[in-house]
Ligand binder design. Structure first.
Ligand SMILES: [Zn+2]
Length: 453
C-alpha cells in the first residue's frame, strides 16, 4: 500500500445543485396506470388499498395528477417489505381484480382440472418466487415478472446494439441484484451466447472466450482491458462495452473507449437503475457520426414504469423541462410493487423522440453526482479505479482518495501527477480487490460523503 499525505482541507461539495428543480413527465397513459392501480395494486394489497382509497375526493387515482397526490415512499423508510407484495386470493380477484382473470377463476369453481389450471395461472402471474435485494429491501418477482424482465433485457441489448451473433462475457457481480439477472435473462431472451464470470475476471480467461461484448461495472471493465493489454491477452473482437452499476461519467467513458482496440464502430453503452426500479434504464448505441453529438440520455420503459420529477424539498411536481428528483412507480409488475418511490436520482426527462435512435418515449438526463474536480482521476491513463472519501476531522474537511493503478505504473510518479491537479488530503494506493471491497461496502459509490454523519 502506498500512501501520499498532505495536510490541507478540501471544501468542495458533492451535493447536487438543488436549485431550479422541476417537471413531471408521465411515461405511460393515464388509462394503463389507473387500470393497474385499481385491478392489481389496490385489489391485491391491503396496504395500498388503504392508501389509494385515501387519494382524495375522486377516490381511486385515474391519472398522473391523481398519482401525484399519493404519499412518497423511500426504501430506507420501509419497515415491513411484505406489505408491498401483491397477495391475490379468489375473493380479491373476483371482487376487483383483472376481469379476464376473474372469469377464469369463476370457471375454477367447477373444480377439478379447471381449478388446478386457475391456481397455476395465478401463481405464475403473482407468486413471488425470485428475490433481489434493493438497498437491503427484498423485492420479489413472479414467474411472469421474470419473463417480462427477460423481454425488457432483450430489448435493452438490442438498444445497445448487441446482436444475436455476438458473444457476451458478463462479469456483473452475481447475486440478488437486478443488473446481473437482467443481463442473464436478457441474453437468453435475445438469443445471445453468453458466459457469466464473477468479477474481476482474469484477462487470459476472457481472451480464450473470444468475446465481442463485455458487460460489467466500469472499473471492472477498465481493469480487464488494462490487464488484457499489459499481460498480452488482447481482445481485438470486442465492439461493445456494457457499463453497469451506476451513472457513467464521461471521463470513465472516454477512458474505456481508449482502452478498446477494436473496430471503429465500437461503443460504450451504459445501463443502470436505482434500487427498487424493476428494469435497468439504458442508453442506446450511438450511430455512425454521433461522436460530437450530446448523449441522448437513458431510455426508460414506458410500458413498465411511470416517472415523475419533483422538487426534492417540497415534493411538488417540477416544471416541464427542468430537472429534479425522479420518483418511480411500477406499471404492470407483480411481486413487490412500489408506488411513488423516491429514487435519489436527479435528472431531467425528455419525452420527445431520441435524437440518436429516433425511438419515442422518456429519456433521463441524469445530473452527475461526481464533482468536476475529481475528473482528473478519470483522465489519468494509469488509474484503473478510484473512490474518494470526504470527511470532517477536528472541524476540518478532508478528502481521501483511494486509487488502483495499472500494474507497471510507478505509484510515486502517478500520485505526484494527480497531486498537481487535485487537492487531496491523502492518496492511498490499493489493489483491485481492496478497492472492490470498498466500493461494495459503500453501495458502489465513487464519492463517499461521511460529513453527513
Ligand atoms: Zn436513443
Amino acid at each position: 500500500m502506498t500512501v501520499l499525505t498532505r495536510r490541507c482541507a478540501t471544501a468542495a461539495t458533492v451535493e447536487p445543485d438543488l436549485a431550479g428543480m422541476v417537471a413531471g413527465v408521465a411515461a405511460d397513459g393515464d388509462r394503463a396506470l389507473a387500470r393497474y392501480l385499481r385491478q392489481e395494486v389496490g385489489a391485491h394489497s391491503p396496504y395500498y388499498r388503504r392508501r389509494l382509497g385515501d387519494a382524495g375526493e375522486a377516490g381511486w387515482p385515474r391519472s398522473l395528477d391523481d398519482l401525484s397526490r399519493l404519499p412518497l415512499l423511500s426504501l430506507d423508510g420501509i419497515d415491513d417489505p411484505a406489505c408491498f407484495v401483491l397477495r391475490p386470493d379468489w375473493t380479491s380477484i373476483d371482487r376487483s381484480g383483472d376481469p379476464r382473470l376473474a372469469a377464469r377463476v369463476a370457471m375454477s369453481r367447477l373444480g377439478g382440472r379447471q381449478q388446478r389450471r386457475s391456481r397455476r395461472l395465478v401463481d405464475h402471474r403473482y407468486k413471488p418466487l425470485h428475490w433481489t435485494l434493493e438497498a437491503g429491501v427484498p423485492v420479489g418477482s413472479s414467474a411472469a415478472d421474470l419473463e417480462r424482465l427477460g423481454r425488457l433485457g432483450a430489448r435493452w441489448l438490442a438498444l445497445a446494439g448487441v446482436r444475436p451473433t455476438d458473444v457476451l462475457v458478463g462479469f456483473a457481480p452475481p447475486g440478488p441484484n437486478l443488473a446481473f439477472w437482467q443481463l442473464v435473462l436478457g441474453a437468453r431472451g435475445a438469443g445471445v451466447s453468453a458466459v457469466h464470470l464473477p468479477p474481476p475476471p482474469a484477462a487470459h480467461e476472457v481472451a480464450t472466450l473470444r468475446p465481442t461484448v463485455l458487460a460489467g461495472r466500469p472499473f471492472d471493465l477498465a481493469r480487464l482491458l488494462t490487464a488484457a493489454r499489459t499481460e498480452g491477452h488482447p481482445l481485438p473482437a470486442v465492439r461493445t462495452l456494457l457499463a453497469l452499476g451506476g451513472p457513467l461519467e464521461e471521463g470513465v467513458r472516454a477512458k474505456l473507449s481508449r482502452l478498446l482496440d477494436s473496430p471503429a464502430d465500437a461503443a460504450v453503452v451504459a445501463a443502470w437503475a436505482p434500487p427498487g426500479v424493476r428494469a435497468l434504464w439504458s442508453e442506446c448505441r450511438p450511430g455512425a457520426g454521433a461522436g460530437e453529438m450530446p448523449r441522448p440520455g437513458l431510455h426508460a420503459w414506458p410500458e413498465a414504469e411511470v416517472l415523475e420529477v419533483i422538487d426534492p424539498l417540497s415534493g411538488a411536481p417540477a416544471p416541464p423541462g427542468a430537472d429534479g428528483e425522479v420518483v418511480w412507480t411500477a406499471l404492470g409488475w407483480s411481486g413487490t410493487v412500489f408506488v411513488r418511490l423516491r429514487t435519489g436520482v436527479f435528472a431531467m426527462i425528455d419525452a420527445g423522440p431520441c435524437p440518436a435512435c429516433r425511438r419515442r418515449g422518456p429519456r433521463l438526463s441524469v445530473v452527475s453526482e461526481t464533482p468536476a474536480f475529481l475528473s482528473a482521476l478519470d483522465r489519468h491513463p494509469a488509474v484503473t479505479g478510484w473512490q474518494a472519501e470526504l470527511r470532517t476531522v477536528g472541524g476540518r474537511e478532508e478528502l481521501l482518495v483511494f486509487v488502483s493503478l495499472a500494474p507497471p505504473a510507478p505509484a510515486g510518479r502517478v500520485l505526484r501527477e494527480l497531486d498537481g491537479q487535485l487537492s487531496a488530503t491523502q492518496y492511498v494506493v490499493v489493489d483491485g480487490p481492496t478497492l472492490d471491497a470498498r466500493m461494495a461496502a459503500h453501495g458502489d459509490r465513487r464519492v463517499v460523503d461521511l460529513r453527513r454523519r
